[in-house]
Design a protein around this ligand. Sequence first.
Ligand code: ARG
Ligand code: ZN
Length: 876
Amino acid sequence: RTVYLKDYQPTDFIIETVDLVFDLGETMTTVGSEIRMRRRPGADPSAPLVFDGDGLALSGLALDGKPLLPERYDSDADTLTVRDLPEDGAFTLTVKTRINPTANSQLLGLYRTNGIYSTQCEAEGFRRITYFYDRPDVLAVYTVTIIADEKTCPLLLSNGNMVEEQTLDDGRHMARWHDPFPKPSYLFALVAGDLAMIEDRFTTMSGRDVTLRVYVEHGKAERAGYAMDALKRAMKWDEERFGREYDLDIFMIVAVSDFNMGAMENKGLNIFNDRLILADPETATDDDYARIEAVVAHEYFHNWTGNRITCRDWFQLSLKEGLTVYREHEFSADQRSRPVVRVDEVKFLRAHQFPEDGGPLAHPVRPTEYVEIDNFYTTTVYEKGSEVSRMIATLLGPDGFRQGLDLFFERHDGGAVTIEDYLKCFEEATGHDLTHFALWYHQAGTPVISVASAYDEDKRELTLTLGQTTTPTPGEKVKKPLHIPLRVGLIGPNGDNMEPSAITGGEHRKDVLELTEDEQTFVFEGIGARPAISVNRDFSAPVKIRFDQSREDRLRIAGAETDLVARWDTINALALETLVKAAGDVKAGRSVTIDGELGDVLIATAEDDALEPAFRALALTLPSELDIGRAIVDNVDPDAIHTARSAVFAAIAQAGGDSFARLTTAMENPRTFSPDAESAGRRALTNAALALAVAGEGDPARANRAYGHADNMTDMLAAMRILAHQFAGSAEAEDALSDFRRRFAGEPLVLDKWFSTLATVPGAQTLERVAALMGDDAFDETNPNRVRALIGAFASSNPTGFNRDDGAGYNFFADFILTSDKRNATLTARLMTAMRSFEALEPTRQALARRQIERIAAHDDLSRNLRDIVDRMLKS
Ligand code: ARG
Ligand code: ZN
């Protein structure tokens, strides 16, 4: 059952208001839905009403208060069809269902875990609550009445503002909420239970006084402060940067411990995975703080990009997600170090989106068909979508981008729109033609840009010849050239930036070249000496660069480039090249040799006090085994990569021993912990240096001391990981691991870090440990965070352990997938994507991996989610 973009049709009926009444019971909740609606003007007067359902049973149906005769309707688990409805004029349909929130292990729709009722409706979860037009282009005003036991559910929350509260008989009570903003069903939310709360206030730029609340489990209120702080900063930032103001009197965030995704932007009532809310120095790392800040902002920003303006259909998902990720990225850049934030984005894109784009699950930012929309909440839709909006900003300039977005908000507020509507706003506001640019939304695959240069000393001219190709992706054999903004810098012999007197040959805007053809030549005039060319500064386009540049030029960039993103990229590429070569040496049975220059560059960068510590830490972090595998592209042998990387790491550690030892103590932070980006950067540099220092010393003692002295989770986890991964099996490693397990026995989110650390210990023996950890008291296969921390980390981040050459890793994983699929399809399908690049493996492992994927595919009772993923993985 494939859904196609080309089949889009508006509904035959329009919904004006929805009145929902929930009578909450643990195993039986009744849902009454009173829908005020009318036939759409111009619609077929005889068309029946067809509502979506998912696993529902109808328990009542009435038209304008009168029960409907059975011949007027049909219902099954997935559909409700009502015939002979009025041709014109409004009518009220009342639909009743009964659902079991406790039995809902899919965590989609209304579910109850740990005594808390909560909902997740995006994308198609509302249809698991009641029959409805469960699609984003049907916007209605909701009133929600919640009735529940007052003792176990003192808290009754839904979207909008609370308008009524009452105590009822039998220890029950009710609350009624009204959301004045028309919204699609996927933004509906309900929470009921007993939770702790912190409260604050925010006054918007026009003077609206907003109550802010963050709800968390009892005993965790102290850990909600950072999320609240991030929320207030996000609200302020959106006013200043984009003129967007909050629109209700209350804004609530609820943290729940069983959640399939990161978080959800339900109108006025965001629901979060608790790992993206709870933080304090003892339990959260600096990375956790940064993620919390980003995701709190992301969900808040959706209030305008997603909620006030939503998607016409799910093919347009990137309209809200790509744009909101871009807004989130810009927020993080303003709150933290812009280049360091950008480097992290580049690393993420390369680690996750590029492989998606280059594998069997590749799809355009705006897909044209899907089997299960849940499987399209991807890094392509999110992160590549964000890069596409960023490129629009690069092409139009910050003011042009703002004008276009202003027009978008003005024109489409209250609408459900398309990517075309979005692009048109930028075109009309600025006069730019984005016709060619729009292909970024429709063509899958990562473009490869080839660069060739020639310098003419007599003419004082530099000629750059740029080519672009995109390799075919499933179902898309022929690729067209894209409109690509490429930021280029010229670095002179003394490390200075050289400014050309003119650039000829093609469109450009200052240092941004606009590539539009298969091949183009740009001439930079007035260049007095042969420069080193820095391509794709600030990662202006999400592309791969093929540039056979001299070592000398690259070292110049690595040492002097003022664009720190490009500087990091060059340092990283030098390291990657060495590592790939070393892996080749290992595979061919040669000994690994590394040139001294790489070590020199890394040590010089790490020691450069003119650079911020966070950047120096990035430079010191060698590409991971997964990065190396991706660079090798095919016939990948994880064991050879592991051996090679360890050898290169040891060689650099030896070469820079004194520097690294010194750096482990050089970074001083204030005595009281602060999660700010600068302090975090100092911790990052300390810990990157620690990993190298102990490798150079060949002795865990220094890491052992660091573990013992750590007074925050960042340092403690870093030391434990070093012990566990670099000194696996040592007494020091086992002691630290058991100390950590004991110390955080009551802290599931902290134990996730322990599970992940253990699951990613390199080597064949880890599989047995992972299997044994499934029996640990703290492991809970029904909790998505636990599953991702143990099974997810093992499959996606342990190349040597998972890809054991006897195939036992794949076999274990396939067994888990098959049981997990029965319980939670969303989570399972997502886990399964860990194997999407199996065809890059060397032949033996590839065959063993395929056999297990085929074993899964041979089951005829897979969820639609998993079926879609494995079929696409095997089809290409
Ligand atoms: N809209 C949410 C967010 O980006 C994610 C919801 C994902 N839901 C899903 N079924 N895949 O913030
Ligand atoms: Zn989002």
